[in-house]
Design a protein around this ligand. Structure first.
Ligand code: HEC
Length: 164
């Protein structure tokens, strides 16, 4: 079993294969194994998050997005006659700086977030508004499905900024 430890420098691996019999040794092994496990889990998580941000924005469908937008309509309007409500008018929001719809009183958090709304920033925000912009006054938990997010962004893109 000494053999194993020399062959397997990774403490997690070593612990899985051959738990050391000495109770003291086992304890150390467990702890370092756990730490190594947590570290690699964190690394894998970060890698997934990075690849997610880069590659997995699904293609958005504006018609499906119009249906998703029904969930926003309690607070937001779009189009030529849109008026602000609980939330700002979202006509032409894709491509402009955050917190710029005329007349709406935004939270300081969103005003100071320095965001330009594009697919990436909107995806982040719509997934979990108060995680992306802590202190935002958008009282909405977020859209869980990436496809819904892509669709509603595609829908928002069809609104004409000249209608503002
Ligand atoms: C219960 C009300 C409510 C719902 C539902 C809601 N929002 Fe909002 N939204 C707000 C408010 C209020 C703000 C202003 C946030 C601030 O000032 O921090 C906002 C801000 C925004 C902004 C930033 C606008 C800008 O001019 O920078 C976007 C984009 C947005 N919402 C999209 C959506 C979408 C898409 C949905 C539906 C999936 C949605 N919201 C659902 C209330 C809501």
């Amino acid at each position: 079993m000494g053999e194993w430890r020399r062959l397997a420098p990774d403490p997690m691996f070593c612990w899985l294969i051959q738990p050391p019999l000495d109770p003291k040794g086992r304890d150390t092994m467990k702890k370092s194994g756990l730490a190594a496990g947590l570290l690699s889990a964190a690394a894998i998580g970060a890698a997934i998050a990075a690849s997610h941000a880069q590659t997995s924005l699904p293609h958005g469908d504006s018609r499906a997005g119009a249906v998703v937008f029904e969930r926003c309509m309690g607070c937001h309007q779009v189009g030529p006659d849109a008026e602000m409500g609980i939330g700002p008018v979202l006509t032409g929001v894709v491509g402009r700086a955050a917190a710029k719809a005329p007349g709406f009183s935004y939270s300081a958090s969103l005003e100071n977030a320095g965001l330009i709304w594009n697919e990436a920033t909107l995806t982040d925000f719509l997934r979990a508004p108060s995680a992306r912009v802590p202190g935002t006054k958008m009282p909405f938990a977020g859209l869980a499905k990436s496809q819904d997010i892509a669709d509603v962004i595609a829908f928002l893109k069809t609104t004409d900024p000249r209608d503002q």
